[in-house]
Each structure stands twice: as structure tokens, then as C-alpha cells.
Design a protein around this ligand. Structure first.
Ligand code: ADP
Length: 429
């Protein structure tokens, strides 16, 4: 499924980039060709005006002196850069003067112009075929008929510009554009793949965690259920088995506990917990939780010492903070031997409140310190099961601290004990 999403993202990214690129190339080409055409048209008309002005004297002279010889000049000096052609025609259609390109194309163009019958001042595109297998030349041309003051027809001037270089530039533009599109498509695919993989990574991790969570939860529920099932089977045979019933009750309580914890975590995932924020005295709140644990501690011959200022004003969800302290104290008791001490301290520091729960218990191996906040993680699985833990206490504690905008951390040494430290901003929202 993840791979499908990634593929879709990559294809989507790539197509979007390629479409944008092609659209920009086409738009760029259209704009450029339009600008080029307009510029050429403008200079062609200027050229025509200039030639009309220059030709008038000669065409008048031709009227009066028919012995003037036809002159056909070929301009070769400008052969590389000069792209314009000009032709002056006598009223009888005889060519009087020509400035042409030094190319074998010129006689063919001239042939075409001999049959020129387009209206004066209109732009014409003239195609002249060149050597076989080569592309035809393309000229943009315009003519003007010349009259004297008495409205006598003096002849015709035709000017043109060779547009073939522009056409070949356009062809190159298409080729280069196609190469760019190809390169960008490969790049877009590669970059798309890279970013899609990056974007999908957190989803992948989240799905993986979800899978592990469901697997762990079902595993945890399966054990008490099988115990209950076999107990029921035995009960069916022997009705007066009190011990079995007590075991069953224990397992049912375990399951209830587990399902409660699962529910708390599921809710905290979906709606960031329904916290009820209010002002209260944190010192009193912790003191009362400690008091609740005293009898349990007494049974294990463990001393719980609590020290804090008289009043620590705090704004948060009192019930959740109680639950947090209870989880930490419960763990401290579970993982401590007899005749040890547990110290609970609370104090207000610069803008934060700091709660510490310190025990002299079994400690946690250093390489597992960052794992104990993961769901269902237990350092010693067999031992935890016997003490009733599912590995959900610390994840819940962390959720509560985070919902108050705080942080929880642990320092521990094997066989020396652990210190859980909670730091929460005083005015958390
Ligand atoms: P559990 O219900 O199993 O105690 P927790 O999430 O509260 O689950 O704790 C996860 C694991 O972290 C425990 O199984 C235990 O191995 C370790 N742990 C937590 N608190 C302590 C502590 N105070 N001392 C030693 N180990 C602890």
C-alpha cells in the first residue's frame, strides 16, 4: 500500500513538473516567435520606405531615358550577415536593380518575383526550394508600386528578408527543449522519488507502530483469556475451587487494567486527551497520591519520603497529574527491594515545575533507557508479568506530561536505582 502511494506521488509530481515545463516552453516559443516576427516586419517596412525613396530618381530617369541599361548587382560583401533582398522593377516588368543574397537560391527567388502580383504593402511569405533534400528557404516580402506626382506608374520596389535562419533556430529550440524535457523528466522522477520516500517515512513508521501496537495488545489479551478459559474448564468439573476463582478474578482485573490503559492511549492519540485545566496546589496533589501509596509501601517495608514547598500553584489537569505521579510511584515500588527508600520531590523553578521520583531499586540498563517509554516495552518481560505490568504505564505518563507541554526523562543505574524527572511549564495550556 505504501509503495502504491509512493508511486502515485512520484508519478503525480513528475507529470505536474513536466506539464508545467512543456507549457512554459510552448509559451516561451510563442512569445519569442511573435516578438521576432513583429521586429522583422517592422524593419522590413522601414527598409521598404528607404528603398522607395532611393528608387524614385532612377525610376523617373528610366521613364525619360529608355536606353539606361538594366543593372543587376549581386551583393556578396554582406554574404554572412546580410539577410535582406531588394528588387526595383520598371513599369514593363523589367528588373532594373537587385541586391540579392550571394546564394544559388537567388535566381530561383527572382523567377518567383517575376510573377509577383500581390497588392502593394501586403506581407507575403515566399518559399524557395533549394538543393534536393534540403529545406526550402523562406522569405518574408513586401512590395510597393511607385507613382510620380502626375500619378504615372513608375515601377515597383520589392524588399524581403530571409527568415530561414529564424526557422532553423526554432527547430533547434524544439530539439533543445525536447532534450531539456527529457532531462527534467528523469530528474523530476528521481527527485520525486526522493521526496516521496521522505514524505512517506513518518506514515510508514506510524503504520509499523500501529501494527506492533495491535500485535502486542492482542498478545497481552490472549494470555489472560487462555488462563480464564482453562480455569472455566476446570471449574466445570469441580465447582468448589475457590483458588481458581480468585485467579480468574485476578486475570479479569488484569484485563480490565490493560483495556483501560489501551483506551487512555487510544484517546490520547485521537484527541490529545480531554484535559480539564484548572488552578490547583501541586504540592497537595502529590502529597495525597503519596499518602495513597503509603500502605502498599509499608507492606514492602519501603519508605516513601515527600518533600516540597507548602504551596506550588499549578495550572493543569489535576486528575491526570495524579495519574502521572501514581504511575511513577507504582513503578518505583514495583522495581524496588524491601527496606529501601523512595524520594518524591516537587519544586517550582524558573517558569517550570520539577517533579522527581527517585528509588533505590533494580535500575534500568543504559541501552534500554530510551525504549521504556515505548508501548508494551518491558525490560524484564517475565518479571514484569509477575508484577502485573503491561509496559503501558510510562507511555501513558509521557502522554500526560506532553499534553501539559512538558518533558519526562530518566536517569538510572543498575542495582542502584532510578530517578524519573518531570519538567512542566507552570502556565501550560
Ligand atoms: P510496567 O507496567 O511494565 O511497569 P511501564 O511502562 O510503567 O510498564 O514501564 C516499562 C518498563 O520500564 C518496566 O517494565 C520496567 O522494566 C522499567 N521501569 C519502569 N520504572 C522503573 C523503575 N522505577 N525502576 C526500574 N525499572 C523501571
Amino acid at each position: 500500500m505504501i509503495n502504491k502511494i509512493r508511486k502515485k506521488l512520484v508519478i503525480g509530481y513528475s507529470i505536474a513538473i513536466i506539464v508545467i515545463l512543456i507549457a512554459s516552453i510552448v509559451a516561451g516559443y510563442m512569445a519569442l516567435s511573435r516578438i521576432t516576427l513583429k521586429m522583422n516586419q517592422k524593419s522590413l517596412f522601414l527598409y521598404l520606405a528607404n528603398e522607395v525613396y532611393e528608387s524614385q530618381e532612377m525610376l523617373k530617369a528610366w521613364q525619360t531615358n529608355h536606353h539606361l541599361k538594366t543593372r543587376i548587382r549581386q551583393i556578396t560583401a554582406h554574404k554572412r550577415s546580410f539577410n535582406n533582398v531588394v528588387y526595383w522593377y520598371a513599369p514593363d516588368g523589367r528588373l532594373l536593380m537587385a541586391e540579392e543574397l550571394a546564394s544559388s537560391i537567388s535566381p530561383k527567388l527572382r523567377e518567383k518575383l517575376d510573377a509577383w502580383n500581390f497588392p502593394s504593402g501586403t506581407l507575403q511569405n515566399i518559399l524557395v526550394s533549394s538543393a534536393e533534400g534540403k529545406k526550402p528557404w523562406f522569405f518574408m516580402m513586401v512590395s510597393q508600386d511607385i507613382y510620380d506626382d502626375n500619378n504615372t506608374y513608375l515601377g515597383r520596389v520589392i524588399v524581403g528578408t530571409n527568415m530561414s535562419p529564424f526557422a532553423s533556430i526554432a527547430n533547434k529550440y524544439y530539439l533543445v527543449s525536447a532534450l531539456i524535457v527529457l532531462a527534467v523528466s528523469i530528474l523530476a522522477f528521481w527527485v520525486g522519488n526522493f521526496f516521496a520516500s521522505k514524505a512517506i517515512k513518518p506514515i510508514k513508521i506510524s503504520i509499523q507502530k500501529q501494527k506492533e501496537f495491535v500485535a502486542d495488545a492482542s498478545h497481552e489479551l490472549r494470555t489472560p483469556l487462555s488462563i480464564l478459559l482453562s480455569s472455566v474448564d476446570i471449574l466445570k468439573k469441580n465447582e468448589s475451587n475457590r483458588e481458581l476463582i480468585a485467579d480468574m478474578k485476578n486475570e479479569i482485573l488484569n484485563m480490565k487494567h490493560l483495556i483501560n490503559d489501551l483506551l487512555v492511549l487510544a484517546r490520547s492519540d485521537s484527541e490529545k486527551e480531554n484535559l480539564v485545566f484548572e488552578d490547583f496546589n501541586l504540592a497537595d496533589c502529590i502529597k495525597s497520591v503519596v499518602r495513597n501509596f503509603q500502605s502498599l509501601a509499608f507492606e514492602k517495608k519501603i519508605d516513601i519520603l515527600f518533600s516540597s514547598e507548602e504551596c506550588i500553584p499549578f495550572y493543569g489537569d489535576e486528575n491526570k497529574i495524579r495519574q502521572l505521579i501514581a504511575i511513577l510511584l507504582d513503578n518505583a515500588l514495583k522495581y524496588s527491594q524491601e527496606k529501601t527508600q523512595i524520594k518524591v520531590t516537587a519544586m517550582a523553578t524558573d517558569g517550570d515545575i520539577l517533579i522527581k521520583v527517585k528509588d533505590q531499586g533494580v535500575g534500568i540498563p543504559e541501552n534500554q533507557l530510551n525504549k521504556i517509554f515505548e508501548r508494551f516495552y518491558r525490560v524484564d518481560k517475565a518479571r514484569s508479568r509477575s508484577t502485573g505490568g503491561f509496559g503501558l504505564g510510562l507511555p501513558i505518563a509521557q502522554t500526560i506530561v506532553q499534553a501539559h507541554g512538558g518533558k519526562i526523562k530518566v536517569c538510572s543505574k543498575i542495582n542502584e536505582g532510578s530517578v524519573f524527572e518531570v519538567r512542566i511549564p507552570i502556565k501550560s495550556s
